[in-house]
Design a binder for this molecule. Structure first.
Ligand code: ATP
Length: 122
């Protein structure tokens, strides 16, 4: 357990570091920009079709889960590259597992998007 006294200043710094992480993510990662563009298209479609509150919850959950897995995947890739810049079969498995998480999230998002939007076009 962390026995340090609560410090509001430290909490604000932690928040700032998290924002710096997000800025680096969108600046440096091509996948992040692809997710951002896809999210903007999905959000605009949601507004255009006037989807319900429950549909918004499903869409926002799907978008968030894709960004969260991509952020964790990027973080794992960076650690892996730092530890082992050369090819290593264990690093391959670690990176492939992390990429698998993003794939599951993306498939989930496609499923949610289809379930929400397709009925609006009927
Ligand atoms: N050091 C390594 N050792 C073994 N295999 C690796 C290594 N680096 C990458 N790989 C393999 O190449 C794949 C792609 O790795 P990379 O880090 O380029 O991911 P990416 O998703 O293409 O990243 P980016 O975010 O740069 O597009 C990994 O999933 C893994 O199979």
């Amino acid at each position: 357990m962390n026995k340090q006294k609560f410090s509001l200043k430290k909490r604000i710094h932690s928040f700032r570091y998290a924002i710096e992480g997000l800025v680096a993510f969108f600046k440096e990662e091509h996948n992040a920009r692809i997710h951002l563009v896809a999210s903007c298209i999905v959000l605009s479609t949601g507004f255009f079709l006037k989807i319900s509150q429950m549909e918004w919850i499903a869409i926002l959950f799907a978008i968030s889960i894709v960004f969260i897995t991509e952020l964790i995947n990027t973080s794992i890739e960076r650690v892996a590259d730092y530890i082992s810049p050369e090819f290593h079969p264990k690093i391959k498995l670690i990176k492939d597992l992390a990429a698998g998480a993003v794939l599951v999230a993306a498939l989930f998002a496609i499923l949610v998007g289809s379930l929400v939007f397709i009925p609006h076009f009927w």
